[in-house]
Design a protein around this ligand. Structure first.
Ligand code: NAD
Length: 499
């Protein structure tokens, strides 16, 4: 049994709290490692190290900091297979999908190579007689991030790459369910030339998170995970005076108009609904066909595609469409919600409840499910299932379909499939959701745009990665200067406007 560590001050450090979490191989159901769960004293040690290391790193010029990112990109590419294998082993997602997880983080690191350009301030020459005004973007100091299990490479990189490129020290508290890849990333950053103490990994659960929330030296907190925890962290972090951004759960709707290419829409729903076993915050979990005829055509196309899905372990290579879910508890929750859908009157068109994989009977595999005639009062509609379960809600009109997505408490992503530009344009303009796909099922913005939902899917005012990240991880300082003649010619007592 492997005992995992923290990564503090450039070293693997054993946990001292005596508390551990089991890390499973979701394909076999076996416990493969123990993850240490830090107490407040272990977090405090990491903060102390970070606070000591950060001023020197903040003083390194942005171009040199960017060179560390350049080298890190090379190392990620060098170790891509190794990282993806470790990721699949703990998370369960397929090997190509695990590479995608690393790749989408790597792209944010590439964006951060532009730090010298992105950190340039503003300057006004002669804002008044002999007066210049300029603003600088300065690092915050010690920053921290708390990440979910479902993207153990991408989301940590979304946070620590911009934080560090801006000159901050960063403490990562990854998910205790798949902590190995974050530890590997911290090692690679140091191999790329990052000084010790600038990126540290402290593993843990609520106790470690609370230690972050209450530590007076930590200036900012990034969080990605479920909505109840996002709300908790946002509230407590803000009331402690920190800068906080929290990204939560989702229930992403895809509207299928009668004029849509039905094969294209069905293919899109298969990938977006069942890829990664539905464990993506940008998964489509609700299909909203407009009109009964559209719904019937869609279901007819979906059923054979769903029945042909190949579910298996990542070791089966390209032969697998999706793997197990992350834990036995996740499986139980998903199957419980499926049962509630049946009990509350939804039509279970494809029933994956009896799915079992020969040789992997103890793995956390969940067969694919398709519901039809789901209504907004049902639990399977209201709650995020986070599993391979697609719900179909039939809408009588475009307006009804848009209203469903608008009224849902979550607002992460949504999509419309249509050939009609007018409907697509109206949808993109009116909808109260952060990320929109037009004939694109999983509209995850690229690194140089920003990522973030609306409503209960995000708390805070800046998005992740892209230009927003450089705002989140810096403070603005504005200098008004007058040279060379100044107060020596006499004091100024009035509060003056520039003219
Ligand atoms: P989670 O909320 O259970 O855990 C996220 C993090 O919070 C982990 O590091 C965990 O250790 C910590 N945590 C858990 N319980 C806590 C508590 N009581 N107090 C303090 N910290 C606690 O989420 P998860 O299951 O790891 O991830 C899945 C969720 O994340 C889904 O809801 C998914 O939609 C969401 N997600 C959102 C985005 C986004 O960008 N909006 C991206 C990925 C995942």
């Amino acid at each position: 049994m492997q005992e995992l560590t923290h990564y503090i001050n450039g070293e693997h450090v054993k946990g001292t709290s005596g508390r551990f979490a089991d890390v499973y191989n979701p394909a076999t159901g076996e416990v493969q490692a123990k993850c240490p769960l830090a107490g407040a004293d272990e977090m405090a040690r990491a903060v102390e190290v970070a606070a000591a290391a950060q001023p020197a790193w903040g003083a390194v010029n942005p171009q040199r900091r960017a060179r560390v990112m350049m080298k890190f990109v090379d190392l990620l590419n060098r170790d891509m297979d190794k990282l993806a294998e470790a990721l699949s082993r703990e998370h369960g997602k397929t090997f190509p999908d695990a590479k995608g997880d690393v790749q989408r983080g790597l792209e944010v690191v590439e964006y951060c190579i532009g730090a010298p350009q992105l950190l340039k301030g503003e300057f006004t020459d002669s804002a008044g007689p002999g007066i210049d005004m300029y603003s600088m973007r300065q690092p915050l100091g010690v920053t921290a991030g708390i990440t979910p299990f479902n993207f153990p490479a991408m989301i940590p990189m979304w946070m620590f790459a911009p934080a560090i490129a801006c000159g901050n020290a960063f403490i990562l508290k990854p998910s205790e369910r798949d902590p190995s890849v974050p530890l590997m990333l911290a090692e690679l950053m140091e191999e790329a030339g990052l000084p010790k103490g600038i990126l540290q990994v402290v593993n843990g659960d609520k106790e470690a998170v609370d230690a972050i929330l209450d530590h007076p030296v930590i200036q900012s907190i990034g969080f990605v995970g479920s909505t109840p925890i996002a709300e908790y962290i946002y509230g407590r972090g803000c009331s402690n005076g920190k800068r906080v951004q929290c990204f939560g759960g989702a229930k992403n709707h895809m509207i299928i108009m009668p004029d849509a290419d039905m094969d294209q829409a069905a293919d899109a729903l298969i990938g977006a609904g069942y890829g990664a076993a539905g464990e993506r915050c940008m998964a489509i979990s609700v299909a909203v066909p407009v009109g009964d005829e559209t719904a019937d055509r869609l279901i007819e196309k979906l059923v054979p595609r769903i029945e042909a899905l190949k579910v298996g372990p990542y070791t089966a290579g390209d032969d697998v469409d999706y793997g197990p879910v992350v834990t036995a508890a996740a499986k139980e929750k998903i199957l419980g919600l499926v049962q509630s859908g049946v009990d509350q009157g939804a039509e279970l068109v494809v029933d994956g409840r009896d799915f079992s994989l020969q040789g992997y009977e103890d793995g956390f595999f969940v067969g694919p499910h398709l519901f039809d005639r789901v209504t907004p009062d049902m639990d399977i509609y209201k709650q995020e299932i986070f599993g391979p379960v697609l719900s179909t809600v039939r809408a009588a009109s475009y307006e009804e379909a848009v209203g469903l997505a608008m009224d849902h408490e979550y607002g992460n992503g949504t999509a419309i499939f249509t050939r009609d530009g007018d409907a697509a344009r109206d949808f993109a303009n009116r909808i109260n959701i952060g990320m929109i796909g037009i004939n694109v099922p999983i509209p995850v913005p690229l690194a140089y745009h920003t990522f973030g939902g609306w409503k209960k899917s995000a708390f805070g005012d800046l998005n992740q990665h892209g230009p927003d990240a450089f705002k989140f991880y810096t403070r603005t300082k504005t200098v008004t200067s007058r040279w060379p003649s100044g107060i020596k010619e006499g004091g100024e007592f009035n509060f003056k406007a520039m003219d």
